[in-house]
Design a binder for this molecule. Structure first.
Ligand code: PBG
Length: 337
């Protein structure tokens, strides 16, 4: 400690970094299992879990395995799961008809999970991309050159009511149509589901980081030879002020939780939205964020446990109250004590 060649210096921030106990005392952000929401992929009728090539350690689960996974997550203190169905391509069509089938895969999955683990919060995606043959989040215009906003919103509102009927706690519109939060709120209330909340993907960017997810649900190449572009409904990654416009609209329309997605490359947006709204804020660490850490770790270029922790800490420090992440189980396991 005593340093003979010391010079006069009033402020020495290193004083509080000297020992582990001092560092613990001044630690500002702490991760806990309850911070995480686990996104899970469900498939029909496959006997064994199928690993997603671009997402090591992430599997498409049949309903029985999904229920087991949900039990394990609840036991680890993870409070919520977000379910995403992967449909057989033969069930997809232009209109995403299966989204309104009252016995569609994700609704059967919700019923099974809520029955087995009633205390676990179940969140379902409201968007048409797992159901449409073209892979878009909504139905197309007559000219087939864009997604039709209002016709899509009408379908999404019906979809949300079916999900509420199946027993979900929160519906999560990820489609980015204008006015869908208000329409969903109205439809839920009219059907008597005033207690079902809306976690709105309010600020969702048109991001290249969704690539592995599109492999996982099979929406990637659905648009034929053209690359699937969602630029007419998802936000331009260049825009920050617009994020505040979108967040304010969803709060006004009745969103209970606001979301920013992706997370890691958009920490400034998380902070802006955090400062601008009093609503709880979620951030989605998306598939590409997960994939890049795994890929670098595989090459021996990054330390996975440390970068994983740091990536999530940064998202919470930026202002997220909860984080959707494919690392949820790993983190909750590590944070047990
Ligand atoms: C689509 C949807 C996407 C994700 C969640 N819901 C992808 C997309 O917009 O194409 C991405 C999640 C991830 O990358 O982990 N409604």
């Amino acid at each position: 400690m005593a340093d003979s060649s010391s010079f006069e210096l009033t402020h020495r921030p290193r004083r509080l970094r000297r020992t582990a106990s001092l560092r613990a005392m001044v630690e500002e952000t702490v991760l806990r299992p309850a911070d995480f929401i686990a996104p899970l992929f469900v498939v029909d009728g496959k006997p064994a879990p199928e690993e997603i090539g671009s997402m090591p350690g992430v599997f498409r689960l049949n309903i029985a395995d999904l229920v087991k996974e949900c039990r394990a997550l609840a036991k680890l203190g993870v409070p919520a799961v977000a379910l995403f169905p992967k449909l057989d391509p033969s069930l997809k069509d232009d209109e995403g008809t299966q989204a309104l089938n009252p016995d569609t895969l994700v609704l059967r999955a919700v019923r099974a999970v809520k029955k087995a683990v009633p205390g676990l919060t179940v969140i379902t995606d409201v968007a048409l991309d797992p159901y449409t043959s073209h892979g878009h989040d909504g139905v197309l215009t007559a000219a087939r050159d864009d997604v039709a906003n209002d016709r899509t919103v009408a379908i999404l509102a019906k979809m949300a009511v079916l999900q509420a009927q199946a027993g979900v706690d929160l519906v999560a519109p990820s489609d980015m149509m204008d006015g869908r939060v208000g329409a969903i709120r109205k439809a839920l209330d009219a059907a008597g589901y005033t207690g079902v909340g809306i976690m709105a993907y309010s600020v969702k960017f048109n991001s290249a980081y969704y690539g592995p997810f599109r492999d996982a649900v099979g929406s990637a190449k659905a648009a034929g030879t053209n690359l699937l572009s969602k630029a007419t409904y998802q936000m331009n990654p260049a825009n920050r002020r617009e994020a505040l416009v979108e967040a304010a609209l969803d709060v006004g329309e009745g969103a209970d939780i606001i979301m920013v997605k992706p997370a890691g490359a958009y920490l400034d947006i998380i902070r802006e939205v955090r400062n601008a709204t009093k609503k709880p804020l979620a951030a989605y660490q998306v598939s590409g964020e997960y994939a890049q850490l795994h890929a670098a770790a595989r090459l021996g270029w990054l330390d996975l446990p440390r970068t994983r922790h740091e990536s999530l800490l940064a998202i919470k420090r930026a202002g997220a109250d909860m984080i959707l992440t494919y690392f949820a189980k790993d983190m909750a396991t590590l944070l047990q004590r």
